[in-house]
Design a protein around this ligand. Structure first.
Ligand code: HAM
Length: 431
């Protein structure tokens, strides 16, 4: 009978295991180090928040709020939700902690799990991980938009991500002579072609006409190409802001492509929006999305505050790195410590401790094994060296070190052994 575990991870969730988690740590360490060079500090908001926080920020008619949130009644009668994203939480924290009093702008980044009840597929999960950053307050200077984008591109570059493409757009602001006027025109244009559109797009004409531009349906593409474009309907201020963002990106050597159909799926955006795709991801190829959201803090009850940020889908980032052959190497060990006899065991325990103190990864055999068996285990674990401690080694004061790759053996005093291993390790790190 198959020995199948009764419990399995819930659909759309998964265990992240070694050696892959080594790559996750590397990505996260790189984010800590790159983001701190841009003056960002880490925030760790809670995993669940009042449902109303997300409903108000992201918008009731968005897919995320209308169908994808994990919401439940807490004991009593308040509804709470697992966070589907973290921008709303960061804005809530900015208000709650009076961060408007701090020197502006406030620059925060986060990493951790988010939850959306989407249909799972490659690169799309119900528990997924984001690395994101938000810059709040100060000003809406186009240089800020450009620097935030430069930061995420620098991060991808540092990781060696390949096939990275940045799309940008401006969706203006909510005024009649800007986005609202455009949306009204778009809606009229969509009404005229309604019969030719699929049912999702037909529904969106009423709920959120901008989202029709997102459609990936083959037969809708030629229709969408004829629709009015937002760039032709931005107010003078938003048009100037957009032009300046593009100049600022050029100044920083950041390549971009303008994409008038990039509207993003969350309601809080205004002006600059952007999305980044990478290689090897199939249909779920957006590895980062972001944009400006001046007004969100105010909408949540705080002072008028500018905001811009992005979130990277860490699962997709990892997938893309793996597809490009940048996966994590199996963990292996530097030294496997094999011993025989009570006396040798005490020395082995001390040796393992000393080696770990100076940073070697060490596997100490927990039970006494014949040396042949111990060497087999050392090999299976991917150890570079086996330290052999038996009666002979103890009485001579000379320890045996076997290099597993070529089978050679050398004898060392304890201090000599430490020196030898340190040198070998730094040589391996240099190569
Ligand atoms: P978003 O576009 O909803 O934006 O998500 C950002 C990224 O998270 C996506 O580009 C994708 O890589 C990843 N992602 C989203 N859903 C899933 C999923 N189900 N499975 C795997 N990855 C996923 C936001 O969340 C905004 N809060 C970004 C932002 C920050 N805007 C301003 N500040």
């Amino acid at each position: 009978m198959a020995n199948k575990s009764k419990f399995q991870a819930i659909k759309g969730t998964r265990d992240l295991l070694p050696p892959e988690t080594g790559l996750w740590s590397h990505v996260e360490q790189t984010a800590h180090s790159v983001f701190s060079t841009f003056g960002f500090g880490e925030i760790r908001p809670p995993i669940f928040e009042p449902t109303e926080l997300f409903a108000r920020s992201i918008g009731l008619d968005t897919d995320v709020v209308s169908k994808e949130m994990y919401s439940f009644e807490d004991r009593g009668d308040s509804s709470v939700s697992l966070r589907p994203e973290a921008t709303a939480s960061v804005c809530r924290a900015y208000i709650e902690h009076g961060m408007a009093q701090l020197p502006q702008p406030v620059k925060l980044y986060y990493m951790g799990p988010m939850f959306r009840r989407e249909r799972p597929q490659k690169g799309r999960y119900r528990q997924f991980y984001q690395i994101g950053a938000e810059l709040l307050g100060g000003s809406d200077a186009p240089a800020i938009d450009a620097e935030v984008i430069e930061m995420v591109m620098t991060f991808f570059d540092r990781l060696g991500l390949t096939g990275v493409e940045l799309d940008i757009n401006s969706i203006g602001h909510a005024a009649d002579d800007c986005r609202l006027g455009y949306v009204a025109r778009l809606k009229s244009a969509l009404e005229l072609v309604k019969d030719k559109l699929g049912s999702d797009s037909q529904r969106r004409i009423e709920t959120n006409p901008l989202r029709v531009l997102d459609s990936k349906l083959e037969h809708e593409q030629t229709i969408i190409a004829t629709l009015p474009r937002i760039a032709d309907h931005l107010c003078a201020d938003c048009a100037a802001h957009y032009a300046a963002v593009k100049r600022q990106l050029e100044l920083r050597g950041v390549f971009f492509k303008e994409n008038w159909r990039l509207v993003r799926g969350l309601d809080y955006y205004m002006r600059t929006t952007f999305e980044i795709t990478a290689k090897g991801l199939g249909s779920q190829n957006a590895v980062c999305g972001g944009g400006r959201y001046d007004g969100l803090v105010e909408l949540l009850g705080g002072p008028a505050t500018q905001g811009i940020g992005f979130a990277i889908g860490e699962d997709r980032l990892i997938l893309s790195l793996q597809e490009a052959g940048k996966g994590a190497a199996p963990q292996g060990r530097d030294v496997y410590v094999a011993w025989m006899g009570e006396r040798a065991y005490a020395t082995a325990v001390r040796a393992a401790k000393d080696l770990r103190i100076v940073g070697f990864s060490v596997e100490l055999s927990p039970t006494e094994l014949k040396f042949g068996k111990a060497l087999e285990r050392a090999d299976k674990l991917g150890s570079r060296y086996a330290l052999i401690l038996g009666d002979n080694e103890l009485s001579e004061g000379l320890w045996t070190l076997k290099t597993l790759a070529d089978g050679t053996q050398q004898k060392f005093t304890e201090p000599q052994l430490m020196e030898f291993l340190k040198k070998a390790k730094s040589a391996a790190q240099r190569s």
